[in-house]
Write a protein that binds this ligand. Structure first.
Ligand code: GLU
Length: 307
């Protein structure tokens, strides 16, 4: 599985959870889906801990997430990088953008930007703050499109929809957009597979890759699991933690939610055997080409009823 450090991998994918709580079914779908696509391509699958936002973090959650993944047989092929240990790399990227005038200090407050829906096009700050945010300058007419392997062509006017992207927050923490772009490039990921809730972050990440002269990986956004009311699972009552003590039923439910045949994986009693069969039988062309999937659906399938 491992490759020579100087030769870029043919396929290296990742799962990058934020340690804000236990993994739920939607997280499992992203983890298992990205793992299946990596294995199908004969590639590597790595895990990265996105512990960038201490106020939102739950103590011990990162280790519990890794233990849960291990109970599901999903173990990183490469070193598990923690974003909290990567400040030097983010600082270097930020300095590069500041030096070139592509990033700037911003003293605007949240309430000052409320009138433009939080979108920053020019500074309107009435006073100087001791800790300004740092933003990427996004010029009018910055339209970024890409071909998502599942969702098809996706295009966004980054200037109108996102405005000047925050790179370092006013509270001093690194912004997700900067960290993810720097890390995905440094870690040599060729393929980013994640939930469709991040679909509209991708154009601004591609724009940032261009600004930093970094390569753009391939993208595939899996349908987001939503509850009956259409709410993202992590924001609803249905966001029950997946049970690390009983991994087979959620793995089978995730398999069918990923559009795979309920007739496969029959009578398999162990995680290792199930993953082996899943990697062998996975058919990417069966992945549902949609941005969201109701949570009830996987549980209404014959396979889910059988477990
Ligand atoms: N850490 C992000 C999350 O848990 C995912 C980031 C990504 O996959 O790019 O939603």
């Amino acid at each position: 599985m491992s490759t020579h450090p100087d030769i870029p991998p043919v396929y290296r994918g990742r799962f990058a959870p934020s340690p804000t709580g236990p993994l739920h079914f939607g997280s499992l779908l992203a983890a298992f889906g990205s793992w299946l696509l990596a294995r199908h391509a004969g590639g590597e699958w790595w895990v990265r801990v996105e512990d960038l936002d201490p106020p939102r973090e739950v103590a011990g959650a990162a280790d519990r997430q890794l233990a849960t993944l291990a109970a599901f047989g999903l173990v990183s092929d490469g070193p598990v990088v923690r974003q909290s240990e990567r400040a030097e790399r983010y600082r270097a990227a930020l300095d590069e953008l500041l030096t070139r005038g592509q990033a700037f200090l911003c003293h605007c407050s949240r309430s000052e930007l409320a009138a433009t829906g939080g979108i920053h096009h020019r500074c309107v700050a009435a006073e100087t703050r001791t800790r300004p945010a740092i933003r990427l300058r996004v010029e009018p007419g910055t339209v970024v499109g890409f071909r998502d392997a599942l969702q098809g062509h996706f295009e966004q006017d980054v200037y109108t929809e996102a405005g000047d992207v925050v790179l370092r927050r006013a509270d001093g923490y690194w912004a997700y957009q900067l960290a993810v772009v720097v890390d995905d490039a440094d870690q040599g990921f060729t393929d980013i597979v994640r939930g469709a809730d991040l679909l509209d972050s991708t154009p601004r990440q591609i724009h940032l890759q261009h600004a930093l002269g970094l390569p753009t990986p391939r993208y595939l956004h899996l349908p987001l699991i939503v509850d009956a009311g259409g709410q993202k699972l992590s924001k609803s009552m249905a966001a029950l933690p997946i049970d690390a003590g009983d991994p087979l039923p959620p793995l089978r439910a995730a398999w069918t939610a990923l559009g795979q045949s309920a007739d496969q994986l029959p009578g398999i009693g162990g995680v290792t055997a199930l993953l082996h069969a899943a990697a062998r039988d996975f058919a990417p062309e069966r992945l549902p080409r949609r941005a969201s999937l109701p949570f009830a659906a996987p549980h209404n399938t014959p396979a889910a009823d059988a477990v």
